[in-house]
Design a protein around this ligand. Sequence first.
Ligand code: C5P
Length: 224
Amino acid sequence: MHTHDIPVIAIDGPSASGKGTIAQLVANTLGFYYLDSGALYRLVALKTMQTNTNINDINTLANIAKDLDVIFKHDKIFLGDNEVTDAIRTEECGILASNLASYPQVREALTARQRAFCQTPGLVADGRDMGSVIFPNAALKIFLTASAEIRAQRRYKQLIGKGINANIADLLQDIQKRDARDSNRSTAPLQQGTDAKLLDTTALSITQAKDTVLAWYAETCTNK
Ligand code: C5P
């Protein structure tokens, strides 16, 4: 099967919108592979911190992205021999990831790695530019969002659940800053593509959101 015949569901949207949770559930239901593209940007950020790389040294940053020694194993992520599943989820790592993601050279260095996730029987990919840049031929493109306030509340619950201290007002501010940075950058900005369907999950449960994606995907299969 050619790569362009393999079905891809691209789910893009802002930070803490729940797209990761929903994308994973959809992938499990369909038996598809799952790509968390944000994790790759977070891994580049973690490695940048670990190696004390100057964040203006774009060549070295692009090399870090190109040479990332990462393994995704079930629900765990390894960088070299170290498990970094939780280490990449800190706010610090997310903020640095968002800064590094504005460099076209870093994005370019991660492109082939992301496309390699596209394997039979299919892929659910989540991020910011899955439908616009990485998988422009995706069978279904979704822009999944929720109000910034709801996203801050969800992130708060997630962090507290993991035993990490958090403050809703600070989280809301971080989310708004990250949205602005991700939306205003010149390379692959976060925006709803004209061919993407809007899914606003502000008033939806996780199950309702997942079921909506599955119903839309079923429609694309019957319309083929
Ligand atoms: O989705 P997540 O919050 O884990 O992503 C971390 C950061 O990586 C985002 O704020 C965004 O700047 C960047 N990113 C990106 N393109 C993607 C996925 C993530 O620019 N496809």
